[in-house]
Write a protein that binds this ligand. Structure first.
Ligand SMILES: Cc1ncc(COP(=O)(O)O)c(C=O)c1O
Length: 403
C-alpha cells in the first residue's frame, strides 16, 4: 500500500509559514497567516472568552458525550447571530455545530453530494484556497466565476457573464463578507442583484461566513446573507468562530441549512447527523460552550470585536496613506475600499518573491496579504517595499542595464 502512495505536495501556505519561521532577519514581516494581531503583534485570547472559560471551569460540567448536533445553545445562538433576532428564516432552518468553519464547509459538501451529486459548485476566482479541495474531496465538480474589481467596486457584469452556464440546482459559493483573498465585497444593491440571479436561475447559494464582525460590524456583515435568506427558499451557510471570537484552535463553527418548508427540517437534521456520525460522531464541546456563554451576555465580546475591527480598518487606511506618501502606483489604492483581513496585491509571483527575498515581507504567492497581521511600526517600510517592487523593471532588463 505505502509503496503506491502518490506523492503529496506540502501545503504551500504552511511551507511559507515555515520559511518565515526559519528566516533570521529581525525585521521580517509575516502577512501570510490568517490571524488577527493586536498592536503588540499578539493574537490575544479575548477577555470575554477568558471570563467564559473561568465560568466553565468552576461549573465543572460533566464531559459525557454531547448530542450529535453538538451544543444546542451554541447552535441556537449561531442561527440568531447569522440571521438576526426575529428573522422569518429562523423557523425553517437547521443548524449544527461543526469542527470550525472548515468542518462546516465539508459537512455541507457531503450534504450536497448526498442530496444532489450532479450539482456543480461555482467558486469565485480568485477564491479561498481551501474551497476547491474541500468540495472535490466530497466528490463534487467545481467551476469558477470571476471575482474582480472595476472602478465602482465588485465587477458584477463579470459574475453574471460567468454564471451564465450555471444550471438550476448548481451551488454558488459566496463569501458572506470580507472576501478571502481579495477583500472585495458586494455593495447592498449588488447583493440584491446576486440574490435575484440565484432566484431566477434556480441556483442554491452556499454562503461562507468566516469573518462576521471584521468588515462593517456583525449586523452589517450579515446583511447579504439575511437578504438571501429572505428571498430564496434554500440557502446553505458555513460559519466560523475562529476569527470573530478568536477561537482558532478550539475549532468552532456551524453548518446551517435553510429549507423552503419546516416539515423538511427533521430529515435535514438526520442527514447532517448521519454525515457527522460517519466522520467524528460529534464535535468537541469547549469552544462551543465558550461561544454559548458569549451569546448569553454578548456586550464585552462585541465591544472587543469592534476594537479589533477598527484596528484592521485603521491599518488598512494607514497603509493606503503611506503608499500615497511614498508615491507608490495608484493601483494600490484599491486597498482602501476593500474589507476585512485580506487584500490581494496587484503584484505577480515574481514580485511577491522579491518582496520576500529582498525585504523579508511574506505574503502568499498569488499576492494575498493579511492586513490584520500588520503592525503599525511596519506600515511605512511595507509601503516603501511595495513601491520598489512594483516600480522595478523586470529582472532581465535590470541585468542588462548593469552589464
Ligand atoms: C473564507 C474562509 N472560509 C473558511 C475558513 C475556515 O475557518 P476555520 O479556521 O474556522 O476552519 C477560512 C479560514 O481562514 C476562510 O478564510
Amino acid at each position: 500500500m505505502l509503496a503506491a502512495l502518490p506523492v503529496a505536495e506540502p501545503d504551500p501556505l504552511w511551507a511559507l509559514i515555515n520559511a518565515f519561521r526559519q528566516d533570521r532577519r529581525a525585521d521580517k514581516i509575516d502577512l501570510v497567516v490568517g490571524v488577527y494581531r493586536d498592536a503588540s503583534g499578539q493574537t490575544p485570547v479575548m477577555q470575554a472568552v477568558q471570563e467564559a472559560e473561568a465560568n466553565l471551569a468552576s461549573a465543572a460540567v460533566s464531559k459525557s458525550y454531547r448530542a450529535l448536533s453538538g451544543n444546542l445553545a451554541f447552535n441556537d445562538g449561531m442561527s440568531r447571530l447569522l440571521l438576526g433576532e426575529g428573522a422569518e428564516a429562523l423557523d425553517r432552518q437547521c443548524t449544527i455545530q461543526t469542527v470550525g468553519g472548515t468542518g462546516a464547509l465539508r459537512i455541507l459538501a457531503d450534504f450536497i453530494a448526498f442530496a444532489s451529486p450532479q450539482a456543480t459548485i461555482w467558486n469565485t476566482n480568485p477564491g479561498y484556497v481551501n474551497h476547491r479541495p474541500i468540495m472535490t474531496a466530497a466528490g463534487l465538480n467545481v467551476r469558477t466565476f470571476r471575482w474582480q474589481e472595476n472602478e465602482a467596486g465588485l465587477d458584477l457584469d463579470a459574475v453574471v457573464a460567468d454564471l451564465r452556464e450555471a444550471r438550476a440546482g448548481d451551488v454558488v459559493l459566496l463569501h458572506g463578507c470580507c472576501h478571502n483573498p481579495t477583500g472585495i465585497d458586494p455593495a447592498p444593491e449588488q447583493w440584491r442583484r446576486l440574490a435575484m440571479l440565484c432566484k431566477d436561475k434556480g441556483l442554491i447559494p452556499l454562503i461562507d461566513m468566516a469573518y462576521q464582525g471584521f468588515g462593517d460590524g456583525t449586523e452589517a456583515d450579515a446583511a447579504g446573507l439575511r437578504h438571501f435568506a429572505g428571498q430564496i427558499d434554500t440557502v446553505l451557510v458555513a460559519a466560523s468562530c475562529s476569527k470573530n471570537m478568536g477561537l482558532y484552535c478550539e475549532r468552532t463553527g456551524a453548518a446551517m441549512v435553510i429549507a423552503p418548508d419546516r416539515d423538511m427540517l427533521a430529515n435535514i437534521r438526520a442527514t447532517l447527523e448521519r454525515i457527522t456520525r460517519a466522520n467524528y460522531s460529534m464535535p468537541p464541546e469547549h469552544g462551543a460552550a465558550i461561544a454559548a456563554h458569549l451569546f448569553e451576555s454578548p456586550e464585552m465580546w462585541l465591544s472587543e470585536l469592534e476594537t479589533s475591527r477598527r484596528r484592521v480598518a485603521e491599518i488598512r487606511h494607514g497603509l493606503a496613506e503611506a503608499l500615497v506618501r511614498c508615491s507608490a502606483p495608484e493601483k494600490f489604492q484599491a486597498l482602501r475600499r476593500q474589507k476585512g483581513m485580506f487584500s490581494l496585491l496587484p503584484l505577480d509571483q515574481r514580485q511577491m518573491s522579491r518582496l520576500r527575498e529582498d525585504f523579508g515581507v511574506y505574503g502568499t504567492a498569488n499576492g494575498r496579504i493579511n492586513i490584520a497581521g500588520l503592525l503599525p511600526r511596519d506600515i511605512e517600510r511595507l509601503a516603501e517595499a511595495l513601491r520598489v517592487v512594483s516600480c522595478a523593471p523586470p529582472l532581465v532588463y535590470a541585468a542588462r542595464a548593469t552589464a
